[in-house]
Design a protein around this ligand. Structure first.
Ligand SMILES: NC(=O)c1ccc[n+]([C@@H]2O[C@H](COP(=O)([O-])OP(=O)(O)OC[C@H]3O[C@@H](n4cnc5c(N)ncnc54)[C@H](OP(=O)(O)O)[C@@H]3O)[C@@H](O)[C@H]2O)c1
Length: 279
C-alpha cells in the first residue's frame, strides 16, 4: 500500500455528484469539501427531494433536483448507495455520464470489473473503501484503481482524499484485509472504547471523566506509536514495572482472550467481505 495522500491539486473547479449521502457517503462528502471542493460544486442526491435537501444542508453542500442534473456536469460521480443498488444505478447513469468522468464506488463487495462492464468501454472507475473517522480527518481510505483510470485521474482522486487521514492504494485482493484492519475496525474500536468507559464508571469515575480519560489515552497511545515508530510491544513494556499494576492488568487481558477476540473480529469481517464479493 502506498500512501500518496498529498493534495496539491486545485479542487475549486472540480464538480462532484454524490449519490447516496448516508452513513458513509456523508463523511466522504465532508472530506471532499475539506479538500477544497466548493459547496456549489458538490451536488447531493438521496432517495427523495426532502432527503437530498436535508443531507445537503447537513454537509453544507447543494441538493440536486435529480440524478441526471447532478451527474451530467460531474467530473466525479460518487456512488454511496447500498451495494445491492450499485449495478442498477450505474446502468441508469451510463447515458448521462460525461466523457472523462470518474465513477467512484464506495460499495463493499462490488468489483471494478462488474462496474466497468455496466458502463461504456473505457469509463474510469475507482473503488474507495473508507472508514467513518475520515469525517474528522483521521480516517483511512483504500483506493482501488480501475483499468481505464489515467495517472491524472488517479492524482485527482488522491487530492480529493487528501484531508481524509491516510489514503492508500490497495488492490482488490487486499480489500478484505483492509476492511478488517480499517473499515470495520473503527466499529471494533468504538465498542472497545465503550467497554473501557463503562468499566471506568463501574470503578467509580463520572461518565464524562471516564470518557475523556479513555478517549485521550486511546488517541495518545496511537499518536505515540505513529510519531515514535516504536513497536507496540516495546511501548507496552515501558508501562510494565515488575510486579506492578499494569502487568496484573495485562495478564488479565490475555487470560480473557482479548487478543484472540480482536483477531477473530477482524478475520470475521475480512471473511464476510470475501463472501460478499463472491456473491
Ligand atoms: N457505513 C460504513 O462504515 C461503510 C464503510 C465502507 C463502505 N461503505 C459502503 O457505503 C455504501 C453506503 O452504505 P451506508 O452505510 O452509508 O448506507 P446508508 O447510510 O443507508 O446510506 C445510503 C444512502 O443512499 C441513499 N439512497 C438510497 N437509494 C437511493 C437512490 N435510489 N438514489 C439516490 N440515493 C439513494 C440513501 O438516501 P435516503 O436516506 O434518502 O434513503 C442514503 O443516503 C455501501 O455501498 C457500503 O458498502 C459503508
Amino acid at each position: 500500500m502506498t500512501d500518496t495522500s498529498t493534495g496539491t491539486i486545485d479542487l475549486s473547479s472540480v464538480r462532484v455528484a454524490l449519490i447516496g449521502a448516508g452513513n458513509m457517503g456523508g463523511p466522504v462528502g465532508r472530506t471532499l469539501l475539506d479538500a477544497g471542493v466548493r459547496p456549489e460544486h458538490l451536488l447531493v442526491v438521496n432517495s427523495s427531494t426532502a432527503s437530498s435537501e436535508r443531507a445537503a444542508e447537513e454537509l453544507g453542500a447543494t441538493a440536486a433536483a435529480s440524478r441526471t442534473e447532478a451527474v451530467r456536469q460531474a467530473d466525479v460521480v460518487v456512488l454511496g448507495v447500498k451495494p445491492y443498488q450499485i449495478l442498477d444505478l450505474v446502468a441508469e447513469l451510463r447515458e448521462d455520464l460525461p466523457t472523462g468522468a470518474i465513477v467512484l464506488s464506495l460499495a463493499a463487495g462490488v468489483t471494478l470489473a462488474q462496474i466497468e462492464e455496466a458502463l461504456p468501454a473505457g469509463a474510469a472507475v475507482v473503488r474507495a473503501m473508507p472508514n467513518t473517522p475520515i469525517s474528522v480527518g483521521e480516517g483511512a481510505v483504500g483506493l482501488m484503481r480501475g483499468s481505464a483510470v489515467t495517472d491524472a485521474q488517479h492524482e485527482l482522486l488522491h487530492a480529493l482524499f487528501s484531508r481524509a487521514g491516510v489514503a492508500v492504494d490497495i488492490t482488490e485482493d487486499q480489500v478484505h484485509a483492509f476492511i478488517g484492519a480499517a473499515g470495520s475496525l473503527s466499529a471494533f474500536v468504538f465498542a472497545i472504547i465503550e467497554a473501557m468507559t463503562d468499566e471506568g464508571v463501574r470503578l467509580g469515575l463520572k461518565r464524562d471523566l471516564a470518557a475523556t480519560l479513555v478517549q485521550q489515552t486511546v488517541r495518545g497511545a496511537a499518536t505515540m506509536l505513529t510519531e515514535s515508530g516504536m513497536h507496540p510491544a516495546v511501548a507496552k513494556n515501558g508501562v510494565s514495572s515488575p510486579g506492578g499494576t499494569t502487568v496484573q492488568g495485562l495478564a488479565a487481558l490475555e487470560r480473557e482472550g482479548v487478543r484472540a477476540g480482536v483477531a477473530a473480529a477482524m478475520a470475521a469481517s475480512a471473511e464476510a467481505s470475501r463472501a460478499m464479493t463472491a456473491g
